[in-house]
Design a protein around this ligand. Structure first.
Ligand SMILES: NC(=O)c1ccc[n+]([C@@H]2O[C@H](COP(=O)([O-])OP(=O)(O)OC[C@H]3O[C@@H](n4cnc5c(N)ncnc54)[C@H](O)[C@@H]3O)[C@@H](O)[C@H]2O)c1
Length: 275
């Protein structure tokens, strides 16, 4: 079940903002545990080195990677070329890079708006732009095409009353859903599946490293308690919950699944307060 043996996975944002497990780092390790050769890219060399170390610690001999800015087309092209030079193919693309900045249309600068669109949406576009031709060639040569998993957020589906506003994050992550569906149908006859994983409120190092200050919480502990309490299941998910969804959509067991979303949110988007 869920074997990745003989497959090559290209994972963006394969590091993590702090110690511990971000979604891309967990996905990279999990895909390798299942037998994939992984090529991880990240803009942060230290974060990438920590993921390489995690592979080493687990005795996973499936690591390759390099520094890459996924908002820069030439940088993505070069990383994809290096991955193909090393492994000969790409079977799985995980477009995981993203992050939120606060602000509504009045309080957010135009620069922040554009940067948010770049990091959350253009990043997925560029990953697909450079990897789809490779998957298509693999399919035309009589082999398998590939599976693409984009990472969105429930931050584009439900919105807090009197809470944090992240207009550009919401818009760009909603864009990821439509972009994924549209690309899936464009490539449906070419052996390539495209799906989206939609995480909810997760406990990744992002909470301690960025959100505590961004959300003006008294402490990380206070914010963590608040985030746990906000989820119908009573607790946040973690990076492994996201990674398992990515693994499933990447696997042959998901061969009939394309142009859709897998929401990993502990019931959050379906719930509403009792009245
Ligand atoms: N953590 C959550 O609660 C949560 C919830 C919903 C969705 N998500 C989504 O999951 C994804 C990963 O989140 P995370 O919490 O693991 O984040 P993270 O910040 O820990 O990891 C993201 C990685 O991307 C790298 N990165 C940033 N900009 C880059 C660039 N331009 N090029 C290449 N690499 C770059 C960072 O260095 C970091 O290592 C994001 O798309 C995020 O929006 C997270």
């Amino acid at each position: 079940m869920l074997s990745m043996a003989g497959k090559v996975a290209f994972v963006t944002g394969a590091g993590s903002v702090g110690n511990g497990w971000g979604n891309g780092k967990a996905a990279a390790v999990l895909l390798a545990r299942q037998g994939a050769d992984v090529f991880g890219v990240d803009i942060n060399d230290e974060a990438l080195a920590a993921t390489k170390q995690a592979f080493h610690d687990e005795g996973l001999a499936h690591w390759g990677g390099r520094r890459c800015d996924v908002t820069d087309s030439a940088s993505v092209r070069d990383a994809v070329e290096e991955c193909v030079a090393r492994y000969g193919r790409i079977d799985v693309l995980v477009n995981n890079v993203g992050g939120s900045a606060p602000g509504d249309p009045v309080t957010m600068s135009e620069d922040t708006w554009r940067t948010q669109i770049d990091i959350n949406l253009t990043s997925a576009f560029l990953g697909c732009k450079h990897v789809l031709p490779i998957m298509e060639r693999q399919f035309e040569a009589g082999g398998r095409g590939g599976a693409i998993i984009n990472v969105s957020s429930i931050g584009c589906m439900t919105f807090q009353v009197d809470g944090r506003v992240s207009s550009a994050y919401a818009a760009s992550k909603a864009g990821v859903l439509a972009f994924s569906r549209s690309t899936a149908i464009a490539y449906i006859k070419k052996g390539i599946r495209v799906n989206t994983v939609v995480p909810g409120v997760m406990h990744t190092p992002l909470v301690e490293y960025r959100l505590t200050s961004q959300l003006g919480a008294a402490s990380a502990e206070e914010l963590i308690a608040r985030r746990h309490a906000s989820v119908p299941m009573g607790r946040m998910g973690d990076a492994w919950d996201v990674a398992h969804a990515i693994l499933f959509l990447a696997s042959d067991e998901a061969r009939y699944i394309t142009a859709t979303e897998l929401v990993v949110d502990g019931g959050m988007t379906a719930a509403r307060p009792a009245s």
